[in-house]
Design a protein around this ligand. Sequence first.
Ligand SMILES: NC(=O)c1ccc[n+]([C@@H]2O[C@H](COP(=O)([O-])OP(=O)(O)OC[C@H]3O[C@@H](n4cnc5c(N)ncnc54)[C@H](O)[C@@H]3O)[C@@H](O)[C@H]2O)c1
Ligand SMILES: [Zn+2]
Ligand SMILES: [Zn+2]
Length: 380
Amino acid sequence: MRALVYQGPYEVAVQDVEDPAIQDPSDVIVRITTSAICGSDLHMYEGRTDAEPGITFGHENMGVIEEVGPGVTSLSKGDRVVLPFNVACGFCTNCRRGKSAFCLTVNDPGTAGGAYGYVGMGPYPGGQAEYLRVPFADYNCVPLPAGTEHESDFALLADIFPTGYHGVELSGMQPGDTIAVYGAGPVGQMAAYSALLRGASRVFVVDHVSHRLDIARDIGAEPINFDDGDPAQQITEALGDYGTDRGVDAVGYQATVSSGEEQPAVVLNQLVDTVRHTGGIGVVGLYLPSDPGAPDEHSAKGELLYRIGRFFEKGQTMGTGQADAKRYAHQLRDMIIEGRAEPSFVVSKDIPLSQAPDAYARFDKREDGYSKVLLHPGMD
Ligand SMILES: NC(=O)c1ccc[n+]([C@@H]2O[C@H](COP(=O)([O-])OP(=O)(O)OC[C@H]3O[C@@H](n4cnc5c(N)ncnc54)[C@H](O)[C@@H]3O)[C@@H](O)[C@H]2O)c1
Ligand SMILES: [Zn+2]
Ligand SMILES: [Zn+2]
């Protein structure tokens, strides 16, 4: 089959790879109809992880079941499904608690969590390909209505919609709260949108890519451009108060300042300033224990200069980690079906798999029109 394979920094190629096959009785094989490119893929694409050439990318996958293992009970050939990016077993201690991003059985001993097509997340090829093997399929597939309706909305259930929602959940947001979201990429947009769905009174979105801030304004958030000055100060001034109730980091360790210089802890520290005393911070932007392209030797080991003193003094709380996408995917699916949520406002491109290398380069440059790219292997 055809698949998008990592070749090395800034280089991906569509090439022939082996077809996936049923390996365990609980597997299914899915024919991919949509697989999205994610900001998380860019960390690997830019050579800013330990990813080795040869990985098939793609953790945001949906499609139609092509083949069913003999141990699968709830799914049949022809079913339309979306696959939350976390590969998980469903029966370990963490899965039982809903913490499917920290599954204890799908990765090496001593580590937790699995994902399709991601470095360090187990031996699971990604779905930017014609077909995908899904382990523990009864648990890892989220059933969808048959047909092609809401394809772009449902595709976002694999990662960014539940991840944005999770960022808001980690922040402890309650209806009526004010919240600041750092990052107007797809994840930040979904966090802002989730906060609005959950009854936030005011939502600020911080970035410096103006066309991304325009999208945030269109959904009812208040854009803050960090090129115009310290974002925490801009927000507290607009608020006329000491700080927002909640904050979300949807940027991660490749955060930059106005000049374009990377400062890995800048968003974490600005959130300490932005959020009020005893407020909550949800961190879904990615931080890694190792970064081969880090700006200094400490960041290379994931050690950042975090203002823990001010954080402690303000009595804030912080939640972090990969999102347990499966925990929210069914409910968010039902909101899409009933017309209460339409996250596809963030989607800007639907293209065949063969155009993925060009789309990676443009998404990586945050070009206008490349806010969220959906790949469709069937369009080739
Ligand atoms: N926790 C999870 O489960 C999970 C899931 C998906 C993505 N992620 C992570 O979320 C992050 C965002 O993903 P995305 O797809 O939206 O990526 P993206 O790269 O498209 O968006 C990041 C945005 O942050 C902006 N930015 C950079 N520095 C900033 C700063 N100092 N202040 C405010 N904005 C700043 C960039 O201009 C960009 O628009 C990535 O780190 C990604 O790996 C985490
Ligand atoms: Zn993703
Ligand atoms: Zn598990």
